[in-house]
Design a protein around this ligand. Structure first.
Ligand code: DPN
Ligand code: ZN
Ligand code: CA
Length: 431
């Protein structure tokens, strides 16, 4: 649901305009910087998927259990298909492999990164739908909305879904600790979303007090995102922002409450039931798909988008996109090419030319892929490797700033090992 309210006067004018205008299809002008409304229906669909994953995997999505890896794979597939560059970072804890999912949206200033995240694992006692299916699903839908709208802000955007939070913030600590110092210094802020649909909700924003310089802006942006009153809360070391804060990175986040009891004053301003926990099912088997307040989930999902759109910088609108959807078969041990002719683009290609690739193949480890510029310069986007997966549906980023944009670009695909074959379904260039 939209956070934007329409004034009665504006409504009256819109109604009058609707009545007076002839019944023809009109294209409304699109404000590129308007904060998008995040679809509650879509967020709920992601939550249902996580519930199904838990149900099919012994009732939980906990670290070291099959429901956790299934959750990671499910999100990764959606993000890959939307054009994210994803990576799964592994770590070991309690003799089990843990996984963080990192998803980079191509483009933006690589030296100025805004990161948003939340934990994807549940406790072992239940499916973890409010804790933290809600934050995970809200972040996923915001990420997919970024893709649908081709959001091209000034900052580079990165999303993270953390493993083993419930065992002591293990995944997020691993991520921050393994980031080289230069990479840490590129992180301009981290926003955390852990439990954003509590059944008896409060509207809490992480307090910037005691947090790294820069956190106040994140706090104030998140406060401004809500049409209901918020309270500041000191989440301290209770969630995945903690590792970022320790590294000196500005942090912020929202939270709808866990085991703490809602006071009478809080019930006055937020509704719900005083004398009852914000989430009676916190860390219990009853944290299921029915343990979610849809209004809280909706408001917080919209708040994620509000913060992202306001903090990522206006940037420049995306340039033109070109595509070739003609199928090209890739015979065994062959080299094939598919052309795209670019015209009308002034000057050189961008430093982050986005190359979308859709290849159906029975073993993608056979494939070596180059982007060939009009002057014949080849940019290797993928080498061959033992890569026991099949299709490629991803977006590569190529620094093509030394190449004139106009002319015929080619996707060159070499199959370098026998047996497996496939076809190029299509590919695209986003300037
Ligand atoms: N970190 C949460 C959990 O996973 O149990 C609960 C929590 C989140 C508590 C944010 C306080 C603040
Ligand atoms: Zn949690
Ligand atoms: Ca082959």
């Amino acid at each position: 649901m939209s956070l934007k309210r329409t004034t009665p006067l504006a409504s009256a004018l819109l109604l009058a305009a609707a009545l007076l205008s002839p019944p023809v299809a009109t294209a409304a002008p699109v404000d590129a910087l308007a904060v998008p409304d995040i679809s509650l229906t879509n967020v709920q669909a992601h939550l249902n998927d996580l519930q199904t994953i838990a149900t099919n995997n012994g009732g939980n999505r906990a670290h070291g259990r099959p429901g956790y890896l299934a959750s990671i794979n499910h999100l990764k597939a959606k993000l890959d298909a939307a054009g994210y560059q994803t990576s799964v970072q592994q770590f070991t804890y309690n003799s089990a492999t843990g996984y963080n999912l990192i998803a980079d949206w191509p483009g933006g200033d690589p030296n100025s990164v805004l990161m948003l995240g939340g934990h994807l694992d549940s406790v072992t006692s239940g499916p973890g739908i409010n804790d933290n299916g809600t934050g995970s699903a809200g972040l996923l839908e915001v990420a997919l909305t970024v893709s649908r709208l081709s959001f091209a802000p000034q900052k580079h955007i990165r999303f993270g879904w953390w493993g083993a939070e419930e065992l002591g913030l293990v995944g997020s600590n691993h991520y921050v600790n393994s980031l080289p110092t230069t990479e840490r210094s590129k992180l301009k802020g981290y926003l955390n979303f852990d439990m954003i649909g509590s059944p008896n909700p409060g509207y809490f924003v992480y307090s910037a007090s005691g947090q790294p310089t820069g956190s106040l802006q994140l706090q104030q942006t998140l406060q401004a995102a809500f049409s209901v009153p918020t309270e500041l809360t000191s989440v301290g070391g209770r969630s995945d922002h903690a590792a970022f804060a320790r590294a000196g990175i500005p942090i912020g986040g929202t939270f709808t409450g866990a085991e703490v009891i809602k006071t009478a004053a809080q019930a006055q301003k937020w509704g719900g039931t005083s004398g009852v926990a914000f989430d009676r099912c916190y860390h219990r088997s009853c944290d299921t798909i029915t343990n979610v307040n849809a209004t809280a989930l909706d408001r917080n999902s919209d708040a994620i988008a509000y913060a992202l759109w306001n903090l990522a910088g206006a940037g420049t609108p995306p340039g033109p996109r070109f595509e070739n959807l003609t199928d090209v078969t890739i015979p065994d041990l062959s080299t094939v090419e598919s052309p795209i002719t670019v015209s009308g683009v002034a000057g050189n290609a961008p430093a982050a030319l986005a190359v979308g690739v859709d290849i159906a193949h029975t073993y993608r480890g056979d494939l070596v892929i180059d982007l060939v510029a009009p002057d014949g310069t080849a940019f290797r986007v993928k080498g061959s490797s033992s890569d026991s997966a099949d299709n490629i549906l991803t977006t590569y980023s190529v620094n093509a700033s030394g190449e004139v944009a106009n002319g015929t670009w080619k996707l060159r695909v070499q199959d370098v090992a026998s047996a497996d074959v496939g076809r190029i379904n299509g590919w695209s260039l986003q300037f």
